[in-house]
Design a protein around this ligand. Structure first.
Ligand code: NAD
Length: 357
């Protein structure tokens, strides 16, 4: 098959890590008989420098015309003093909304080989864990009515949360479909003991469950969910939750893996086209030094194969190659800690992964 991929390399380490992912996709194409066509577009600080705005129309049009989008990261010291809507990071919200991406998939995997990196006690993480958070991305309290008004005690600020049945139904479907691709175990996190939106959330999750009899659905309150993540992260396979709860829990989940350079993400909408990116930023402190860990971006490319192109075997091949280099003890600088291991550069790590594929 042939696929057209828009490349948004962005700033800082963005170009280095996207180049690594491109090499991996080319190797997968060679091995499994696919053709990936890559077209680069400007985004973020480099777009401001070249054309005066962080998200040029050509970039949006190019992404809309592609089968999928691979993003590095945006931002850096050079643009830190620009005002809000001129900043590189503004382009991220713009491109997500232009592509209609309402779901964010954030896996958090602790590889047994990297268990020392986790801030959790070793008896909790000794077997590693592998969970995926499905976060609703375009509704809820971040998008509800807000403002200031005269309240009981004078001037007060307010934000409101609203979720329609349609918004919950469509994220529920993504969550159940995702669970079907993994271990068929879905935990829905809400605050149904207090919030009306959560009660509707829970009702729709259970209605949707009837269409997926193979998936086990469990409800969990968000306060308990936050505790269970640090107490027993192995119990989670797929988690589905609202925008704000997902924002908080996905950062908690990423922190307990202890390694920001390892974690990919996917944003999906109604169509198969998604946007795939590492969860970390542009790391300006190490940009241009060939020190970045390319694994989060390589795994993001793997998610693209799995979720946009339905190429499960090919996605598995990328994940297995990453597992294998870690098992063999190869590490980039961010992962060595005080182990005494000599770190590999970004390109050396990429080459090791290519060898394993
Ligand atoms: P960051 O994630 O860029 O860096 C945090 C720390 O982690 C740094 O020490 C960095 O060197 C290290 N790090 C991050 N990714 C790494 C990798 N792949 N390999 C090795 N080390 C890695 O976060 P920050 O420093 O808060 O932000 C830097 C810039 O990135 C800012 O301009 C911020 O706005 C932007 N940012 C962009 C995105 C995005 O594009 N999606 C996300 C977060 C931050």
């Amino acid at each position: 098959m042939e696929y057209n991929i828009a490349l948004l390399k962005g700033d800082g380490i963005g170009p280095e890590i996207v180049d690594s992912a491109v090499k991996v996709l080319e190797k997968i194409g060679e091995k499994f008989g696919h053709k990936f066509n890559f077209t680069p577009y400007l985004i973020g600080g480099c777009a401001i420098d070249e054309v005066g705005e962080p998200l040029p129309k050509e970039t949006v049009d190019g992404c809309l015309a592609s089968d999928s989008v691979l993003l590095g990261a945006v931002g850096g010291y050079k643009w830190d003093n620009l005002s809000g809507d001129k900043r590189p990071e503004k382009a991220l919200l713009g491109i997500r909304s232009a592509l209609g991406l309402f779901t964010n998939l954030r896996p958090a995997k602790l590889y047994p080989a990297l268990k020392e990196a986790s801030p959790l006690r070793q008896d909790i993480v000794s077997k590693g864990f592998d969970l995926l958070i499905v976060r609703e991305l375009t509704g809820g309290i971040y998008f509800g009515e807000r403002g200031y008004r005269d309240g009981k005690y004078g001037n007060e600020a307010y934000d409101t949360e609203a979720y329609s049945e349609m918004e919950i139904k469509r994220i529920a479907k993504v969550a159940f479909e995702t669970a079907m691709k993994r271990n068929k175990n879905l935990i829905s996190i809400d605050k149904a003991n207090v919030l009306e939106t959560s009660r509707l959330w829970r009702k729709i999750m259970h209605e949707t469950a009837k269409d997926y009899p193979e998936v086990t659905l469990t409800d969990m309150l968000v306060d308990n969910g936050a505790m269970q993540l640090v107490k027993n992260p192995q119990q989670f396979d797929v988690v589905v939750t609202s925008n704000m709860f997902g924002d908080i829990l996905s950062d908690e989940a990423s922190q307990i893996t202890g390694s920001i350079g390892m974690l990919p993400s996917a944003s999906l909408g109604e169509t198969k086209r998604g946007m795939y990116e590492p969860i970390h930023g542009s790391a300006p402190d190490i940009a241009g030094q060939n020190k970045a860990n390319p694994i989060a971006t390589i795994l993001s490319a793997g998610m693209m194969l799995r979720y946009s192109f339905d190429l499960q075997t090919e996605a598995d091949a990328i994940e297995k190659a990453v597992d294998s280099v870690l098992e063999k003890g190869y590490r980039t600088a961010d992962l060595v800690g005080d182990s005494g291991i000599t770190p590999l550069s970004c390109t050396e790590m990429t080459d090791k992964i290519l060898e394993e594929i």
